[in-house]
Design a binder for this molecule. Structure first.
Ligand SMILES: C[S@@+](CC[C@H](N)C(=O)[O-])C[C@H]1O[C@@H](n2cnc3c(N)ncnc32)[C@H](O)[C@@H]1O
Length: 418
């Protein structure tokens, strides 16, 4: 299998693509692959695709669809990540106008000279920036706040500032974009230079995709898709839900949300983000007072009842032998319970014969295997889909010496039809 195909479950190649590259969202997948799947679907079926992505993230599927002028619906429960995707969807606005708005922000920011930054009391920002860098970023923010109106072009300006926040910090970043203030990186950009360079890159991309004929045809909404999905008659679903126990999505944009004053610290994620995203990590489900037996006897988990009972009971036992005593047992039950609701909502938003692809990986908390794709397929069939297959893309948990367990894991595409 080629490296490019193996990488199609990752965001890596998108950093070379116009619009997609505006914001690095490590959790994303390949836009080129999505485009190929849409083309294949249309030529195999002769239908115009109507695409749905219930876990839109930074918007990869919607912008891949825009490349082809295909109609698409994208939803994400994370308010900040949805704002990024919505801002990217303004790619069709006049590039010159965007650039002149950026110019006015920069000119105004350069006139400010308040002595202390308004962020100095925030611990995370204090650790992540030199005083000079934080002050310049704050000038950009204040200029944005002073000039911003309801005009859509300001979403792009907001995205420009948002997208340079990490590049202006000396703080390191973990594999999944968690910020690591105690780890330094060598390349740090000046906020004013970074803002202007990004303005030029964004306007160049806008001109380019407008010239080559992208068509804006997507509808992006902030929505917890455990509620019903406001789209119907979709015939193609390409998506990637959170993997079980892989990543804390609420924490992914902590630095950016702190900078914009939307949260003050990690604890605020509990009210600002967690309620509207599904439970996929122990940090999230632990505080939710999940009652395991209630979930295990729910209609949502009926199709995998026996298997999930054994796995969650084993997780409940083993945790007492571990220092952290992590609540993986309730997290796993809540994860599949939430996804069962979502499968039903996907069923209701799609036509008979729809084709669905979930990019998904399995997991093994405390070394106990959770066969995610198998269970998700069983749940999908229970909710009215008719068949499935799994296409493995790559092995996981084989690379690192300091692995917490040695259970071989994988990642791939779960294809569901019906
Ligand atoms: C693997 S990421 C998707 C990334 C996307 N494919 C991209 O290329 O940017 C999963 C996304 O699901 C979102 N999510 C989690 N729970 C959700 C829910 N209940 N409703 C809608 N979105 C949710 C997360 O915020 C995250 O952005």
């Amino acid at each position: 299998m080629s490296t490019k195909i193996k990488r199609s479950g990752t965001f890596t190649d998108n950093m070379k693509l116009p619009i997609h590259r505006w914001f690095r969202y490590s959790a994303g997948f390949s836009a080129e692959w999505v485009e190929q799947e849409i083309i294949k679907y249309q030529s195999d079926t002769g239908n115009d695709a109507i695409l749905l992505d219930p876990f839109l993230g930074s918007g990869t599927t919607c912008f891949a669809a825009d490349t082809l002028g295909v109609k698409s619906f994208g939803f994400d429960g994370h308010p900040f990540v949805t704002r990024v995707a919505k801002a990217k969807s303004c790619w069709h606005l006049p590039a010159e106008d965007f650039l002149s708005h950026c110019q006015s922000i920069l000119s105004l920011a350069e006139t400010y000279s308040f002595n202390t930054t308004r962020h100095e009391t925030n611990q995370l920002l204090g650790k992540c920036y030199s005083p000079g860098a934080l002050q310049k970023l704050d000038y950009l923010k204040k200029a944005y706040e002073d000039l911003c109106t309801n005009d859509a072009v300001w979403r792009l300006v907001w995205l420009n500032i948002t997208s340079i926040i990490r590049a202006c910090s000396h703080a390191g970043t973990a594999q999944w974009q968690y910020v690591l203030p105690n780890k330094s990186k060598s390349k740090v950009i000046d906020p004013f230079d970074g803002f202007w360079a990004k303005a030029l890159l964004m306007s160049e991309d806008m001109n380019h995709v407008q010239h080559i004929g992208w068509k804006p045809n997507c509808k992006i909404e902030e929505l917890d898709v455990r509620q019903s999905i406001h789209a119907n008659k979709c015939n193609l679903v390409i998506t990637s839900p959170p993997y079980p126990n892989n990543f804390d999505y609420a924490d992914a944009t902590r630095l950016e949300m702190t900078f914009w004053g939307e949260i003050d610290g990690w604890g605020d994620l509990k009210t600002a983000v967690r309620p509207s995203i599904m439970r996929s990590c122990s940090q999230h489900s632990a505080g939710d007072k999940v009652i395991l037996d209630e979930l295990l006897s729910s209609a949502e988990l009926e199709p995998i009842k026996d298997d999930i009972f054994k796995v969650t009971k084993a997780l409940d036992e083993i945790r007492h032998t571990k220092g952290g005593k992590k609540a993986y047992h309730t997290m796993i039950a809540a994860y599949f319970y939430d996804l069962s609701k979502i499968w039903l909502n996907i069923r209701n938003a799609t036509v008979d014969g729809a084709k669905v692809c979930f990019v998904i990986g399995d997991s093994a908390p405390y070394g106990i295997h959770v066969p995610a794709e198998k269970w998700l397929a069983q749940i999908a069939l229970h909710h009215g889909f008719k068949g499935f297959s799994f296409e493995k893309l790559r092995d996981r948990n084989v690379k690192w010496k300091n692995r917490t367990h040695t259970v071989p894991l994988h990642e791939g595409r779960l294809w569901v039809e019906g």
